[in-house]
Design a protein around this ligand. Sequence first.
Ligand code: ATP
Length: 368
Amino acid sequence: MAAQDDAPFLRIEGVSKSFGTFEAVKNVSLTVGKGEIFSLLGGSGCGKTTLLRMLAGFETPTKGRIFLDGHDMAAVPPWERPVHMMFQSYAIFPHMTVEANVGYGLKHEVGLSKADRAARVAAMLDLVQLSPFAKRKPHQISGGQRQRVALARALARQPKLLLLDEPLAALDKKLREHTQFELMSIQERTGVTFIVVTHDQEEAMTLSDRIAVMDKGEVRQVGTPTEVYESPSSRFVAGFIGSVNSFEATVVGREASHLRLDVPALGGEVLTRDMPGLVAGQNVSLAVRPEKLRITKDRPEGPNCLAGHVKDLAYFGKDSLYRIALPGALVQAHAVNARRGDEGARIADWDDAVWVSFDPSSAIVLVD
Ligand code: ATP
């Protein structure tokens, strides 16, 4: 986990970018600490790559300023920025060996002797565990190894900031999961600040110290993976990160440290975590994650108990995903299977009558 200095390493201040009349990035302000893995997460066309390209200097902001290590980047051309961008396609040269690819960007580095260059390449190959493949050509190594060649080449330049545009998109799902951890370990060993563009929320959650969730050119929320998952600030973020059951609701009032909501789809009132500033009569949304819904055969003690039956289920071994029909809603619940010997046993089966309940502290109230 990255340490945050007092002065942020990267400061983006009110940055916008228009292409003609279309505003692709709208008034984005962000700070990133030295050594952080920070992700820009959002759907296609939300402005992630445009923001990344402005950091690299390939695009000029229409408005706003970018400071890197205390320096205003406005007048600094891409090649003079301590920034390197790793493209989705990796752009490694097919006719060059792995080591020649890694050393390519160092050819013109002033003051670097041939021996220093060879030593730097060797160190980078060691870092990404490709030393035994140094003499191979890109077509003689796997997709995951090619990704590491691109990473080694980018890091060989010793950038202060590495920008990675969908770094794992070219890999299949299994390799992607494995490579995520490698990427994190390499980042940790080098201490270089990484900004990763991705549309894959699981990837962002796994890789990042913090995430900026973007939508239509705007940053909707910035936080740690836990913060954006457990305390989304809007319906958009709640729905974008993970699955969620959400319902229209009206605030009834406060009770001890909880909020009482009327939720017609759930057939009455429920208790939720409190949220300051809400008043009786206000329309809000109630959001509950599938894994926060408990399923039991017997009615549990406590508030927020709803009677329903199992409409559908998918068994995944250690857990199961249920669709439970309540009188006014169909909800998704994700439950760990009970252990019976070495076999995972389902809590309930198709058509079983069940109770669905949730803790007030796990129920999220959203206004936006
Ligand atoms: P994706 O995940 O699909 O790559 P993205 O979030 O990276 O999407 P951007 O590439 O930043 O999105 O594009 C944001 C918006 O700006 C899109 O609607 C895109 O069509 C538009 N855009 C990007 N570059 C230009 C350009 N040079 N001229 C005109 N419009 C552009």
